[in-house]
Design a protein around this ligand. Structure first.
Ligand code: PGU
Length: 410
């Protein structure tokens, strides 16, 4: 019999979102007539928009012809799409050959962990998207879990709290480490300013570290002074990789399409360009994003596609406003609940003083039949917080909020 991979055995629990689904399913089994509404996982619900559907359908039709058929493509993506991402989304501050098209940001994060291997220390914002930590444990860069419940060995947790405006103390960044940073942030909804990102780039460079910047939610930024990409910051090209995604801007959570940017200047200690190894890795263990998905992505980057993207992201931002407004009600105010995020981001982050995240999760499920995401699932500093996702249908969000408004918290 084969021995279990001890690195995977180091994980202290299941992946956060299936854990939530399990609890929801168990509750639903006991309450079969209840109508549960999810403000939990950040999973898009609105249909694909017409111009993007045309882009997808056009490619499907071409694939059904002799002339238009294509099989495996370039592992790093369609030339046309790489160029469009560089010119439209990055306004030329990255080059097309620095764009690597993929099947999504989550998958790229996993492959980046494989790229750096187990001999790297890891720093994360706390709370953080769980893949940064769990993936690091799986590759052996971190783990096992500390006995006192404060996370995993080998991970430097940089608390992001209301007190520091959800921007961490960067002096904690270890030498020669891999630093994960997400803005707009999942789960706090905080968006780092240009000045904050300049501080981050400078701290990462001073430590000889590499930044993995996750901009999966940049399409939700409405304040024009806020940076959409780490590459707007001078010096980032020497120290950062960016991962991003079509999932949330255009509803491609199921279609699957994302990209990473590895600038030519980014090097390992021995002078090898990181892009060289990234290309080697992508061409070896990834076979390219779906050609159909890529044509859909391409459609999203022309004038009509960009207008549809704006409309779709506006829709979810309005949901976030509705959620914020419900959480500002007297019942929440009296309980001292504080709310953050949700203006340039699709997540609302709420602190319930004196309560544990999973207790609030149970309370909202039992009393309102509303599913949320417990903040403690994102890291030790997430305890007492709850994340509300705005990716639902408007009518469901409104109904969930009506129920929340009647919640007794005394
Ligand atoms: N990066 C961040 C920061 C995310 O929050 C998510 C999705 C992704 C990447 C995934 O991007 P893809 O391009 O779709 O791979 N986070 C959602 C979904 C849960 C999950 O496990 O990915 C969430 O609810 O946090």
């Amino acid at each position: 019999m084969l021995k279990r991979n001890p690195r995977i055995a180091n994980l202290s629990s299941g992946y956060l979102f299936p854990e939530i689904s399990k609890r929801r399913a168990a509750w639903a089994k006991e309450h079969p007539s209840a109508k549960i509404i999810s403000l939990g996982i950040g999973n898009t619900t609105e249909p694909l928009t017409p111009h993007i559907v045309e882009g997808l359908q056009g490619e499907v039709a071409r694939l059904g012809t002799k002339e238009g058929y294509s099989g495996y493509g370039d592992e790093t993506g369609l030339t046309e799409l790489r160029a469009k991402i560089a010119s439209v989304l990055y306004k030329g501050i990255v080059k097309p050959e620095e764009v690597y098209v993929s099947d999504g940001a989550k998958c790229d994060i996993g492959r980046i962990q494989y790229l750096f291997g187990s001999n790297v220390s890891v720093a994360v914002q706390d709370p953080a998207y769980p893949v940064y930590v769990d993936g690091s444990v799986m590759i052996g860069a971190a783990g096992p879990a500390r006995a006192d419940g404060t996370g995993y060995e080998g991970i430097t947790y940089m608390p992001c709290t209301a007190a520091n405006g959800f921007f961490p103390d960067l002096s904690a960044i270890p030498q020669n480490s891999l630093v994960y940073f997400c803005s707009p942030n999942n789960p706090t909804g905080a968006v780092a300013t240009k000045a904050q990102l300049a501080e981050l780039v400078s701290a990462v460079r001073a430590k000889g570290s590499i930044l993995v910047f996750d901009s999966a939610y940049s399409a939700f930024i409405r304040d024009p002074s806020l940076p959409l990409s780490i590459f707007e910051i001078p010096g980032a090209r020497e120290c950062a990789i960016e991962v991003s995604s079509f999932s949330k801007p255009i509803g491609f959570t199921g279609v699957r399409l994302g990209w990473s940017i590895v600038p030519a200047e980014l090097r390992f200690e021995d002078g090898t360009p990181v892009g060289k190894d990234w290309t080697r890795l992508m061409t070896t263990i990834f076979n390219g994003a779906s050609n159909v998905a890529q044509k859909g992505g391409l459609a999203s980057l022309d004038e009509k596609g960009l207008a549809e993207t704006r409309e779709l992201t506006d829709y979810y931002l309005e949901n976030a406003r509705v959620i914020r407004s419900a959480l500002s009600g007297d019942n929440f105010k009296k309980a001292g609940v504080e709310i953050f995020g949700g203006d340039n981001a699709p997540y609302v982050w709420a602190r319930f003083p004196g309560r544990k995240s999973w207790d609030v999760f149970d309370l909202l499920l039992n009393s309102c039949q509303v599913v949320c995401t417990p903040g403690s699932g994102f890291g030790p500093a997430g305890e007492s917080f709850i994340r509300f996702s705005s990716f639902g249908h408007r009518a469901d969000v409104i109904e969930a909020c009506e129920r929340l408004s009647k919640l007794s918290l005394s």
